[in-house]
Design a binder for this molecule. Structure first.
Ligand SMILES: C[S@@+](CC[C@H](N)C(=O)[O-])C[C@H]1O[C@@H](n2cnc3c(N)ncnc32)[C@H](O)[C@@H]1O
Length: 442
């Protein structure tokens, strides 16, 4: 019993340190979780649940903590970790199915493990006060959109400005736990056959009509535990990301450019869905991410022509042969995948958006001339902000007389909202190259 409670305190102490590394030092969730936590394997699911949950609900928890403290905590690392520990306690009381007394005592005990043993009383008092004043706090939250929505104010405003009628739905979906989607490697196994293998191994999943190689797992599992994962039968990829291959309308013999390819999810899907492509040239500016993409394709038994370079600097890498298809899966604010990466709400700044939009415009402008006549360029982002999506494409169309949305303005682009049909938020625009001397656009 004593051993179990010591273990509970250890997990919470590690979670508090990692939470502070994200909130105070600006590290990402992925990066803090890849470092060894010094915890036994069996405690890692709890660590992940505490960390993801406390970051997902950070803005609300921080607002509650501010109201529950009689004096604010200081700015030192130790105080930042103490604040993180108390927020973790508040998270447990509201979202985890742990009895109050167990959550409070493990959190109070964790104070010593982060070097704040003398502040145990404070941790205990704040958590108990929360329970007593929970109703008043809930009522007061109506006056704080930041706390109520658990998003930074600038992001609430940006989403409301772009999607007035749907903003509440988007903000709610951003705070939900995402489902796990698989993409079956149809070069190797049929989707129904793989679904049957999953059932035999004790998992259950549903097919989905919008993405033909997709399976939606009823319960998320570690990818490596999926049958045939190491042998390349399956990958983890949201169904919204799986729409890129279909929008590209790939045909055997085509030469394809994947301008922003790492970590290779869409590159692999293109090759799985059309194995007889002549070539896929896959670029990424980040050599480390490109190496991960290469490993991913090797696991799937697929190959591409890899180049670590700035796709927009075409004079440094292009051999002059036009492409039939181009995918620009652009770097973006990633506001459509906040449910998968809740740290985006803390790490992204409104001031980042100008540079991101400029980079997207540059990638579009510079890769467009590489597309052959009658070719198709698919522009994709995982965001819902119009300046990176509809407005970006509108601006591009004004400047490129030989570009038109395939199928016209309404059918040539699509905004998927987070949570819609269980998918991530994504935007696609399909741009057709036509003879610049022709008249009006489709
Ligand atoms: C949205 S991610 C691509 C995801 C990838 N297509 C997939 O499906 O796995 C955007 C990528 O663009 C890369 N990138 C950013 N600027 C770039 C540039 N100027 N040229 C090439 N790649 C760039 C980033 O390193 C990042 O890997």
């Amino acid at each position: 019993m004593a051993e179990r409670s010591a273990a509970g305190a250890r997990v919470r102490a590690v979670a508090a340190k990692l939470n502070a590394a994200i909130v105070r030092d600006g590290r990402t969730l992925d990066s803090v979780l890849t470092e060894p936590a010094g915890l036994p394997e069996r405690d890692l699911p709890l660590l992940r649940a505490l960390l993801y949950g406390s970051i997902r609900w950070h803005h609300r928890l921080a607002w509650q903590l501010e109201r529950l403290l009689t004096r604010p905590l200081g700015r030192s690392r130790r105080d930042a970790e103490l604040a993180a520990l108390i927020r973790l306690g508040l998270f447990q009381l509201q979202w985890l199915r742990v009895p109050d007394h167990a959550a409070v005592s493990a959190t109070v005990d964790a104070a010593a493990a982060i070097g704040a043993g003398q502040r145990r009383g404070l941790v205990n008092a704040v958590l108990r006060r929360f329970r007593r004043e929970e109703r008043q706090l809930d009522a007061a939250m109506a006056d704080s959109p930041e706390a109520f929505r658990s998003h930074p104010r600038w992001l609430i405003d940006a989403i409301e400005k772009d999607w007035q009628g749907r903003a509440g739905e988007i903000l709610t979906a951003n705070n939900a736990q995402p489902p796990m989607w698989l993409r079956v490697n149809t070069c190797r196994v049929g989707v129904d056959e793989y679904a049957a293998t999953l059932t035999e191994s004790g998992h259950s999943a549903q097919r989905d009509d919008t993405a033909p190689a997709a399976l939606l797992l009823d319960e998320p599992v570690p990818a490596a535990s999926l049958p045939g994962y190491a042998d390349g039968l399956v990958s983890v990829q949201d169904a919204a990301a799986q729409l890129a291959a279909a929008y590209l309308d790939l045909r055997p013999g085509q030469r394809v450019l994947d301008a922003c390819a790492a970590p290779g999810g869409k590159t692999a899907h293109m090759l799985e869905s059309c194995p007889d492509l002549a070539e896929v040239v896959a670029l990424d500016r980040d050599p480390d991410r490109l190496a991960i993409a290469q490993d991913n394709l090797a696991r799937l038994g697929l190959s591409a022509t890899w180049l670590a370079c700035d796709a927009a600097d075409t004079e440094t890498w292009w051999d002059g042969r036009p492409f039939d298809r181009i995918l620009v899966d652009a770097p973006c604010s990633a506001i459509g995948v906040v449910r998968r990466h809740p740290d985006i709400k803390l790490l992204r700044r409104e001031s980042d958006l100008d540079a991101v939009a400029r980079l997207q415009a540059r990638l579009l402008e510079r890769t467009w001339p590489l597309l052959g006549s009658d070719g198709l360029l698919v522009y994709a982002t995982c965001t819902v902000l119009k300046r990176e999506n509809h407005a970006q494409i509108e601006r591009f169309l004004q400047a490129a007389p030989d570009a038109a949305l395939a199928g016209g303005r309404s059918r040539g682009q699509r905004q998927l909202f987070p949570g819609e049909a269980n998918m991530d938020g994504f935007y696609y625009a399909c741009l057709k190259k036509r003879d610049a001397r022709q008249g009006s656009r489709a």
